[in-house]
Design a binder for this molecule. Structure first.
Ligand SMILES: [Zn+2]
Length: 434
């Protein structure tokens, strides 16, 4: 028998035509699906397995982190204040070479603990041994779109990776009652030659799965693409035919107006990672231009090795503050747009549009509740401003995915956090050779 749950709060935020702000709202859930969301109704005759009432609380769609490498949480704080190439070549790749399969499972669990606590209900991950990441996702109850990272510089290794990518699709796509979906994850044009990318694109089309790739992240990538291929990365991707698939492109920092048009025309989704791009000194993606040109932009944290956290509230704030400062225009990317990036656009970018992100009736019950009863959230004049400019991710006190409670008042309901912290401390010491 399916569980019926009622969640009520002083405020409900949901997406309809625009962002709807409903005082005294409620969400009714049956079997993990939202059967009603709107103003609270008389409920004397309704019987529920569980009723949650949030006084001075806000219900909103769960946050969607569309680009990360979850298990890299094992390397948080291990290599900082370095340029991307040096960071990768001298620090990250050598320790990654020591990763064992089980490390990915524990590292992913560590990331999931942090994400759930911060109100993230769904994330897109690209890394190695993704079957282990999938197990971690399944156990935690979080929603995830997973891709095996594919590097095609060596032909034999590249084909072996693609085989693993296909196996991930076969074994995990649609698992966990549909919570786990799979994409193919060619790492980037500078680690995947054109011929290999063509093969990945064909495979994705054959398997009917989307593609998750890093694109136009650094100036160096653009320079090398021009030198080696005679084209900038986005132009090259279009020529290869890769943008014709459902594609999620992470970063897209260095773009010409023409490339923005290519992204818009091909309906390529962009995962904007302002925190990671700033910290690695890669630059600032032209968010306002992308949005004005109709590109579907979502938000990501990138990994905790380059961010150094998986905090989507912080990422919303960065996404709106950066363009204001850079353009000298405080009206640009208002708070409500930052919420759009982190919720409904996140769902679109992970090809889960009908499923999550809006709290609309008929969608899966992925929601969070925020405690507004705190000094830094008083007084209340504008909820979007409060969420984006004042809230902290630690203000999230209820997290639900598919109607299952993953965190309530600080308690993780599906994971043994103490054990996860213990295991990951051991593993990360081994990896960095301490
Ligand atoms: Zn990345």
């Amino acid at each position: 028998m399916s569980q019926k749950i009622l969640v009520q709060a002083d405020w409900l935020l949901k997406w309809g035509e625009g962002l709807e702000i409903i005082p005294r709202g409620e969400v009714e859930i049956a079997g993990g699906i939202i059967s009603y969301s709107g103003p609270a109704r008389e409920n004397k005759e309704r019987d529920f397995t569980r009723v949650i009432r949030g006084k001075n609380r806000l219900i909103m769609p769960g946050l969607i982190n569309t680009h990360t490498h979850a298990a890299m949480s094992l390397f948080r704080g291990y290599a900082d204040d370095m340029p991307l190439q040096e960071w990768l070549e001298k620090r990250i790749w050598p320790v990654e070479a020591r990763l064992k399969k089980k490390d990915i499972y524990w590292g992913t669990l560590l990331a999931i603990c942090e994400m759930i606590r911060g109100g993230t209900t769904c994330f897109a991950d690209m890394y190695f041994y993704m079957g282990e990441a999938a197990k971690a996702c399944l156990e935690s109850g979080i929603r995830a779109s997973l891709s095996q990272g594919l590097v095609g510089l060596d032909v034999i290794k590249g084909l072996a990776a693609l085989k693993e990518g296909k196996e991930l699709v076969r074994d995990w796509h649609g698992e966990g009652e549909g919570r786990i979906t799979v994409m193919l994850g060619p790492h980037a044009p500078y680690t995947c030659p054109p011929g290999y990318l063509r093969k990945v694109a064909e495979t994705a089309e054959l398997l009917h799965v989307p593609i998750h790739i890093h694109l136009a992240e650094t100036k160096k990538e653009i320079e090398e693409s021009l030198k080696n291929e005679g084209k900038r990365p986005i132009e090259l991707m279009e020529q290869i035919g890769l943008l014709r698939q459902d594609v999620l492109a992470a970063h897209c920092v260095h773009l010409t107006p023409g490339e923005i048009r290519i992204l818009a025309e091909n309906k390529t989704a962009v995962a904007h990672n302002p925190g990671s791009n700033l910290k690695l000194g890669s630059g600032v993606a032209p968010l306002a231009d992308l949005m004005q040109n109709g590109v579907l932009v979502s938000l990501g944290t990138d990994s905790a090795a380059s961010n150094n956290n998986l905090d989507m509230v912080e990422e919303m704030r960065l996404a709106t503050l950066l363009p204001k400062g850079l353009r000298g225009d405080p009206t640009i990317v208002p708070a409500v747009e930052a919420i759009r990036l982190a919720t409904v656009n996140g769902a679109g970018a992970l090809f889960l549009k009908e499923k999550v992100g809006t709290l609309g009736e008929g969608s899966q019950a992925d929601l969070i509740m925020i405690n507004l009863d705190q000094p830094h959230l008083h007084p209340l004049h504008s909820l979007p401003a409060q969420i984006v400019y004042s809230a902290l991710s630690s203000d999230v006190e209820l997290v639900m995915v598919d109607g299952n409670i993953l965190m309530e008042k600080g308690d993780l309901k599906t994971l043994d956090e103490e054990k996860i912290l213990f295991e990951t401390a051991k593993i990360s010491s081994r990896l960095v050779g301490q």
